[in-house]
Design a protein around this ligand. Structure first.
Ligand code: PHE
Length: 326
């Protein structure tokens, strides 16, 4: 190699050594090996040389080119290694560090009680149906033998959306909707939200009920008592007692308030009765052929009994200190 070529090689070596990024490296490559680069212009000298010197010059320039290419490749590999190390440094994580613990949530106590109740009734042959929370007065009252003038309606006539719709005050309209769309015999439960003009330690303006309806030939109050005792014992334990007190609902006859004895106290948790013949007439069932029992239980009340909750409002306050207890 001529002195000139050796000098160029040394220059290239030094420049390449200083480079620290692939972009800079590429600039150096263009400077020496590009179309207008040093090596290319050295090659162009060939045509001005006497023919006998051409092979030698070509060989030397090619050697120079190969050597520069080799140094560039070396540097390229080094830069790639450094860039990878740098990336690893940025992404570095200590796998031995303790992790951040995430506390897992769980179902709300009301949902749990509702699911337990559903399981119990499903195991006794009931199926679940749902109805709308925005309801028409006919389903909520009239079809349930509670006409406009009926005093029982005053207690409930509350959250009207307009003249045609109100927020249902109980789950009983689902009885009507179910009987209109199905033929007897049937056994259904229907859990869902209901709305009333109440608010204190034992009443919420929005709460959850579960309706039950069983229609067949020869259904009697004994069946009612059986289903209620069975569910109470399965939910709260073998020694739970159930008491029926005479009561009044327009859509059942006879009607009962049902109390449950648990932890040495009686709790009023549901209303029940035998389906009134007028209700059967309203849905086109023949009251001479069919008998029915119905009940409506308050899921909040049941949860309060089972878990000893004093204030019903705790169930909707969303205070984790309360909710995490169950
Ligand atoms: N719907 C009644 C209430 O909300 C409860 C009930 C349901 C009573 C079914 C009798 C039969 O108070």
């Amino acid at each position: 190699m001529t002195e000139e070529l050796s000098r160029i090689l040394e220059e290239a070596r030094e420049e390449i050594a200083k480079v620290s990024t692939s972009r800079e490296l590429n600039d150096v490559r263009v400077k020496y090996l590009g179309k207008a680069g040093t090596v290319t212009s050295l090659m162009k000298r060939l045509k001005d040389l006497p023919p006998e010197e051409r092979p030698n010059w070509g060989r030397m320039v090619n050697e120079l080119k190969d050597e520069i290419e080799r140094i560039l490749e070396e540097k390229k590999a080094e830069i790639a290694r450094l860039e990878k190390e740098e990336l690893n440094r940025k992404l570095w994580a200590d796998p031995t560090m303790p992790g951040t613990r995430r506390s897992l949530g769980h179902l709300h106590i009301l949902t749990k009680v509702q699911e337990e109740l559903e399981d119990i009734f499903i195991s006794m042959g009931f199926s679940i149906v749902e109805g709308p929370e925005i309801e028409e007065p006919w389903y909520n009252f009239d079809a349930l033998n509670t006409p406009e003038w009926h005093p029982a309606r005053d207690l409930h006539d509350s959250f009207y959306i307009n003249e045609k719709y109100l927020l249902r005050t109980h789950t009983s309209p689902v009885q009507i909707r179910t009987m209109l769309s199905r033929k007897p015999p049937l056994a259904i439960i229907s859990p869902g939200r209901v709305y009333r003009r109440d608010y204190d330690a034992t009443h919420l303006p929005m709460f959850t009920q579960m309706e039950g309806l069983y229609v067949d030939h020869d259904v009697t109050v004994r069946h009612l008592k059986y289903f209620l005792e069975e569910f109470a014992r399965r939910l709260l334990g073998e020694n739970t007692k159930v008491r029926l007190r005479p009561s009044y609902f327009p859509f059942t006859e006879p009607s009962f308030e049902v109390d449950i004895y648990f932890n040495n106290r009686w709790f009023e948790v549901l209303g029940a009765g035998m389906v009134h013949p007028n209700v059967f007439k309203n849905v086109g069932y023949d009251p001479e052929r069919w008998r029915g029992l119905a009940f409506g239980l308050g899921i909040e009340r049941i949860a309060m009994v089972k878990y000893g909750i004093k204030d019903i409002r705790d169930l909707i306050r969303n205070d984790v200190r309360f909710l995490e207890n169950w």
